[in-house]
Design a binder for this molecule. Structure first.
Ligand SMILES: [Fe+2]
Length: 263
């Protein structure tokens, strides 16, 4: 109880035993017997991809060590206390609208059999329309937008759906090589049920000429898997006269798995 309730203690100052019982129910034998479906090679990016220069120093130089997982890794965090719905409006702060092309990014979170993943917390972060992050490390000479933070959070609905109302991010230069520019992209983080299940990826926009040149996009060797990182334009999922629509479905694993950076 002490381990799994760490979040509860931090957030509320007391141990919630009902939380503990719900967690145990989720660990039923049925869950443990879920079939394992191997992921084809080339779907998830390797630690080392030399054209992505930062990966050279970042990649482990020795074989990975399996760290035994205990309650701290497997029973949390829980996000019951996070007040968010399946829709997050990042395009308006208070009564003021952010600058740029307003878009809706929506989709579903599915497992390998197409089953929707309900009640899952998804976070995104992105640059503003000028290609600048609201972060002290980002010193790109482009304007910040006082009405746009670039961060959003949702909890998927019963059908595994999510929806962000946001601004199309701008491309930005980075120091990977001469005249390197990242294509417009949005970072996604899925927490899942525990610290050890967090998944991270990036979503791109269709018909962006920078995509084929991008070393990070090209970390994914499998061409079909790479293409799953590109959202699809979908006018029907936008808001008439206000927001263009882009769809981005994510699959946790299996043959149609989304490439995950930290798999
Ligand atoms: Fe980025």
């Amino acid at each position: 109880v002490r381990f799994h309730s760490r979040w509860t203690i931090t957030a509320q100052g007391s141990i919630d035993l009902s939380t503990f019982s719900r967690v145990r129910e989720a660990d039923s034998p049925t869950d443990l017997l879920a079939p394992f479906r191997p992921v084809p090679t080339g779907v998830h990016p390797p630690h080392l991809h030399e054209p992505y220069v930062a990966s050279i120093k970042r990649a482990p130089q020795h074989a990975l060590i399996a760290v035994p997982q205990g309650p701290s890794e497997t029973l949390g965090p829980r996000f019951d206390w996070v007040k968010c719905s399946a829709t997050c409006d990042m395009s308006t702060q208070g009564s003021k609208r952010a600058l740029g092309q307003r878009i809706v990014v929506s989709g579903s979170l599915l497992d390998e059999d197409g089953r929707p993943q309900a009640d899952q917390v998804i976070e995104i972060w992105q640059a503003n329309a000028a290609g600048r992050y609201l972060h002290k490390i980002d010193q790109h000479d482009a304007p910040l937008d006082p009405n746009f933070s670039g961060a959003g959070i949702v909890r998927t609905d019963r059908e595994g759906r999510f929806r962000f109302l946001t601004i199309k991010p701008g491309a930005y230069p980075w120091g990977n090589h001469h005249n390197a520019w990242r294509p417009a992209h949005i970072h996604f983080s899925l927490f899942g049920p525990s610290f050890s299940t967090r998944l991270v990826t990036q979503m791109y926009f269709p018909d962006d000429p920078l995509i084929p040149l991008d070393p990070i996009y090209n970390c994914t060797a499998d061409e079909n898997a790479r293409k799953r990182l590109i959202s699809s334009f979908d006018l029907d999922t936008g808001v008439p006269h206000e927001y263009l629509g882009f769809r981005f479905d994510m699959v946790l694993r299996g043959r149609k798995a989304t490439p995950w950076e930290n798999r």
